[in-house]
Ligand binder design. Sequence first.
Ligand code: GLU
Length: 293
Amino acid sequence: MQSELIGRFAPSPTGDLHFGSLLAALASYCDAKHHHGRWHVRIDDIDEPRSVAGSASAILKSLDIYGFEWDGDVLWQSHHLPRYADALSELVKHQFIFTCNCSRRKLPSGMAYPGNCRDQVVPYAGKDACYRKHDHALRCRMRGQVSFTDAVQGSQTVNLETDPGDIIVWRRDQLVSYALACAIDDSDKATHVVRGADLLSSTSAQIGIMQALHIPVPQYAHIPVALDANGDKLSKHSKAPAIITQEPLPTLLQAWNFLEQIPMTPGSVEEFWQHAVPAWSMDRVPAQTRMAL
Ligand code: GLU
């Protein structure tokens, strides 16, 4: 018997749900439900300084109004810190981790980490030892290459040593990095990761971590990024407006059409989902970044 597909939508609580994140929610939900799988919502709340008070509950409320039904309880990354610490000690044990004191100024911008501190390998002091210290970040050595087939973007092969290079897994400010937290959660709790193509470049590092830990690697689909009228990616950073919650149907249809699914004319949100789940086809999703319709 084929095992159950588990999808996820993983917003950071840094602002309201906008059209770009709705696309990821819609595509991941339809993909999971079309295959009779489960769909989790995970709040990526580990970067406390960037979190905006009230935004996690606003995101969950918007998802609910738009008719998304998640399985089980909402997952919170802040509840998984012991799991991330275990993964870190496992990486230390296998000599992947080194301390790095380089300031951002010291590093070439837009290039892979040049390896300055690579020799400062952290000695293993047992599973429960604390490897996080205030005076440095912890980086993970990236070795070899990863190859995977993205369901939308096609075949990808990345040399980990140059892209992304040795990545930070635990920050100097004591926060676990997005790469490590996301790699662990996706490996532990998802079989299929559907998200925006702006995150495609993070995927190789996450797979690199999973490979180093010998834990399962999910399948990936990176959907096209929507641009605003200025050609900027719709994101919290570009101040993309929150999706309208008074009238979800037109926005759901806009997202559906953006993803080039078979056109439909439902009369209500319920009818939208009744049609959307069986009609969903990942094969129809275009690869290229485009203007939001
Ligand atoms: N939480 C991150 C974001 O909102 C990552 C999402 C993901 O990996 O799907 O950009």
